[in-house]
Design a protein around this ligand. Structure first.
Ligand code: ADP
Ligand code: MG
Length: 279
């Protein structure tokens, strides 16, 4: 049966974001729980464009590693809402903030799922462009799913230039600031697929360290310094104490030269992911 908005009651706010709010909602008759992302009609046109972009991407994807959308509600010129599966442990950012220590075994499980999700997106010519802990959702079975496609891009042609400045600066790869040095498309644009892999590497490193890799614990970012560190510094790396597989995996993701960075399909065969038990 199709669900209508009047079947749903709001339970609580799960998060606020760009021009919208995500609610936990319950289906009044069968008590099923969902997440409902609502973007109001009076929001900025940019936010409105973002939610339609997100809807078109969610419609194209079908993967256990990408958050599922059940339906879309839209009044012409009015509010737009996406009904999604509810992820009961929130985001990986929440888990970092609550002080969870991620073992290598757990990190391999997380990495495996995010790489599967990226492989699915990239093979459908979708670049996420804003991969980071707050856009990765988790549930109590430790399933991890990629969410928030507001600034993602669908590549129409393989040579479509990918050069707009979107996403969260901190997780941007060197070639997004300086494609002439670190990009590889020969036309001044960067390889967006490779940029997602950089963001994956930083995200995993952040989960391991408990804080954003380029900054000390509790240190606030100064954007100019951070951008210089990303472009001119060595890529951040793991301490000596970790396994050589984990260290190598992070190195494969955090190659500054985007042409040397591994692709999602290659990472699936990396030794770090070989021990993960497949569901
Ligand atoms: P924004 O573009 O506003 O960042 P997100 O899709 O990232 O939108 O959602 C904002 C926040 O809402 C997330 O960081 C998360 O805390 C919460 N959230 C979003 N979707 C879900 C979901 N399916 N299940 C549980 N929480 C969610
Ligand atoms: Mg988000």
């Amino acid at each position: 049966a199709t669900i209508s908005l009047s079947d749903l009651e709001k339970i609580q706010v799960l998060g606020h974001g760009n021009g919208g709010t995500v609610y936990k909602v319950r289906h009044k008759r069968n008590s099923n729980i969902y997440a409902l992302k609502v973007v109001h009609s009076d929001c900025d046109p940019i936010n409105r464009r973002q939610i339609f972009r997100e809807i078109s991407i969610l419609r194209r994807t079908d993967s256990p590693y990408v958050v599922k959308s059940h339906s879309v509600f839209e009044k012409p010129g009015g509010d737009v809402a996406i009904l999604m599966e509810y992820m009961d442990r929130g985001t990986l950012e929440n888990l970092i903030k609550s002080g969870v220590n991620f073992s290598e075994e757990i990190l391999a499980k997380i990495a495996y799922q995010v790489v599967q999700g990226l492989e699915h997106l990239h093979s459908h010519k979708i670049i996420h462009r804003d991969l980071k802990p707050s856009n990765l959702l988790v549930n109590s079975e430790m399933e991890v799913k990629i969410a928030d496609f507001g600034v993602s891009k669908i590549m129409c042609r393989t040579l479509d230039p990918c050069n707009s400045y979107v996403g969260t600066c901190a997780y941007m790869s060197p070639e997004r600031f300086d494609p002439d040095t670190y990009g590889n498309n020969n036309d001044g644009s960067y390889n967006g697929y490779a940029s997602d892999i950089w963001s994956l590497g930083l995200t995993l490193l952040e989960l391991y360290l408990g804080h954003f890799p380029y900054l000390g614990e509790g240190q606030r970012p100064d954007w100019a310094t951070l951008m210089c560190a990303i472009c001119f510094g060595e890529p951040p790396s793991l301490p000596e104490s970790v396994s050589k597989e984990f260290r190598s995996f992070i190195e494969c993701c955090l190659q500054k030269d985007s042409s040397k960075r591994w692709k999602a399909s290659q990472l699936l065969g990396h030794p770090f992911l070989q021990k993960v038990k497949r569901p």
